[in-house]
Design a protein around this ligand. Structure first.
Ligand SMILES: NC(=O)c1ccc[n+]([C@@H]2O[C@H](COP(=O)([O-])OP(=O)(O)OC[C@H]3O[C@@H](n4cnc5c(N)ncnc54)[C@H](O)[C@@H]3O)[C@@H](O)[C@H]2O)c1
Length: 249
């Protein structure tokens, strides 16, 4: 039977938890996954949020283990077991190594690494037990090229995310649990606006982007849909470059 990537039934019946779900990428992924038939719960640090059609919202700080337990229990109680976990919560810094502080390293690792470990550690055993799960983390091109506009703490944290997903891919494969990482190049969201101070130069082949534009959140959502849908059922442990050709491997 042919598997189609898009269409209202691609994720039919799946329950999806998204962290950082009101950010640029998280919101686009939530909307696209809901349109593909999933029950989507977007989470983020704000108390309330206006999320897209077909998406529900819960507050969840990914750095907290107790909030991790609570959100997983609440989603499971309301929507059934979580089939797909998408990890978009993230923060960035760009302080050069010599000037960087312990506080900065702690806070970047807290959100970008512990914030991936917490929900994954909670859900991975449940997915193994059920014999199905798809975990997708937002890594970064920074883990491959040393950073576009980011500092060493962010580059190191994202590298850890890529490594953890590979471990999960190996451990989960015999049990039907997949783990992959997106490696986006610069995508026009609040994060990119922050690191460029809203003054990014135009993207072009000459500035290192062969496809001639920065990414948008829908570019990322389409790649996420592929990696969480049955169309990618022979892909695990990959880091998919979504970078307009900035990085090729
Ligand atoms: N925008 C880019 O150019 C780019 C490139 C590569 C990778 N990424 C990564 O993609 C992911 C999404 O980034 P984005 O561009 O949508 O950024 P964004 O700033 O729009 O979204 C990030 C979201 O994470 C949330 N968040 C921060 N701390 C949190 C916490 N403790 N608990 C829960 N949520 C928290 C924020 O509130 C925000 O909504 C991030 O992991 C980012 O590092 C972004």
């Amino acid at each position: 039977m042919a598997l189609h990537l898009s269409g209202p039934s691609t994720l039919e019946g799946r329950t999806v938890l998204i962290t950082g779900g009101t950010g640029g990428m998280g919101r686009a992924i939530a909307t696209n996954f809901a349109a593909a038939g999933a029950r989507v719960v977007a989470t983020d640090i704000a108390e309330h949020a206006d999320v897209g059609p077909g998406v529900s919202y819960l507050r969840y700080d990914v750095t907290s283990r107790s909030e991790t337990d609570a959100v997983v229990e609440q989603v499971t109680h309301t929507h059934g077991p979580i089939d797909i976990l998408v990890l978009c919560a993230g923060t960035i810094s760009r302080t050069p190594l010599g000037d960087s502080t312990d506080e900065e390293w702690d806070s970047i690792f807290d959100v970008n690494v512990r914030g991936v470990v917490n929900p994954t550690r909670k859900l991975f055993p449940q997915m193994v037990e059920r014999g199905f799960g798809k975990i997708l983390a937002c890594g970064s091109i920074a883990a491959k090229n040393g950073g576009v506009a980011s500092g060493p703490a962010y580059v190191s944290a994202k590298s850890a995310v890529h490594g953890l997903m590979r471990w999960i891919a190996k451990a989960g494969a015999p049990h039907g649990v997949y783990a992959n990482t997106l490696a986006p190049g610069p995508v026009e969201t609040a994060m990119w606006a922050k690191v460029t101070n809203n003054q990014a130069p135009a993207a072009s082949a000459a500035t290192g982007v062969p496809l001639g534009r920065w990414g948008n959140a829908d570019d990322i959502a389409q790649a996420a849909l592929f990696l969480c849908s049955p169309a990618s059922n022979w892909i695990t442990g990959t880091s998919l470059d979504v970078s307009g050709g900035m990085w090729m491997d």
